[in-house]
Design a binder for this molecule. Structure first.
Ligand SMILES: N[C@@H](CCC(=O)N[C@@H](CS)C(=O)NCC(=O)O)C(=O)O
Length: 290
């Protein structure tokens, strides 16, 4: 049986689960206990040094990065195909570009909104600013997606496919936040249509069950028992949207981390506010609290 390390709220994991379910491939879904701790001594960390979900374990193959997993799934279980046929490279590129923008720009906006809503990383005027930025950027990306969908039933044209699987967890997260596409618009109608597919409906039922408890994790991140990963597009989003203070506070309080390799636990490695020395980074240790 395939093993998928995942988290039901992760849009990347949802994309992979939708693909596996579309192809009728059974898998066991496991949420790693150490997710968010940056620990390096666990089976999950051994499978993915970045300590991120999703990770697919298929026998000896241990695959991370959701796009790479999607490619593997498509090659290993070709039917039904999610990518357009090989003879249509432009359509294949179209699907991949849609996925790439969703995985990078769109996911980062959703993440930023969640940092404020669920993990209370900002309050007052700063929270208002970040929420407003997220709302405006969501509108822009949804407009871009709507342009790509056009009047088609699916992003893949006549068939549900790769880009639909990649886009729907992102759009659904916005809907969850109350940032839905304009009512009655083609994108809103697509969302209503796509969520009825069994692969998507099951994935969203798991999302809904997990998301109700999301804010409970705020405490672990506030105390540093867990450290929120601040990486690439997410970090960029926070800085460009006016939230650099959130990053600085996370560094000061030791409750964010940056990706492998290097210092996994951020520790207090900026000036400690006293005008004194820069404090050395805390190296991540197996004994770090889970
Ligand atoms: N580029 C990666 C991103 C994966 C990722 O960021 N996953 C998040 C969950 S949505 C994660 O596991 N973060 C680890 C953490 O927050 O500690 C992919 O496409 O798989």
């Amino acid at each position: 049986m395939l093993l998928l390390y995942e988290h039901p709220v992760s849009s990347y994991a949802q994309k992979v689960k939708i693909a596996l379910r579309e192809k009728g491939v059974p898998f066991e879904a496991v949420v790693p206990e150490d997710l968010g701790t940056g620990r390096t001594d666990t089976p999950f960390a051994a499978a993915n040094p970045r300590a991120e979900v999703p990770v697919l374990i298929d026998g000896e193959a241990r695959i991370f990065e959701s796009t790479v997993i999607m490619e593997y799934v498509e090659e290993r279980w070709p039917e039904p195909p999610l990518l357009p046929p090989r003879g249509d490279p432009a359509a294949r590129a179209f699907a991949r570009v849609t996925e790439d923008v969703c995985d990078t720009q769109y996911e980062a906006v959703n993440w930023g909104f969640g940092e404020v809503l669920w993990f209370r990383r900002a309050a007052g005027a700063l929270a208002d600013r970040l929420r407003a930025q997220a709302a405006e950027q969501t509108r822009v990306i949804q407009e871009w997606l709507a342009g790509r969908l056009g009047d088609a039933e699916w992003f893949g044209g006549e068939r549900f496919g790769w880009a639909d699987a990649a886009a729907v967890p992102m759009v659904n997260r916005s809907v969850h936040y109350g940032l839905e596409p304009p009512s009655g618009s083609p994108l809103a109608r697509w969302h209503a249509r796509v969520r009825e597919r069994p692969s998507v409906a099951q994935t969203f039922a798991e999302f809904n069950a997990a998301v109700t408890n999301r804010a409970a994790g705020a405490e672990a991140y506030a105390t540093g028992a867990k450290r929120r990963e601040c990486r690439d597009h997410r970090l960029e989003w926070m800085v460009k949207s006016g939230g650099i203070e959130v990053v600085l506070a996370g560094l000061r309080d030791g409750n964010i981390r940056f990706p492998w390799p290097g210092t996994v636990g951020s520790g207090r490695f900026f000036h400690d506010g006293s005008g004194g020395d820069v404090v050395e980074p805390r190296q991540n240790r197996a004994s770090d609290p889970a």
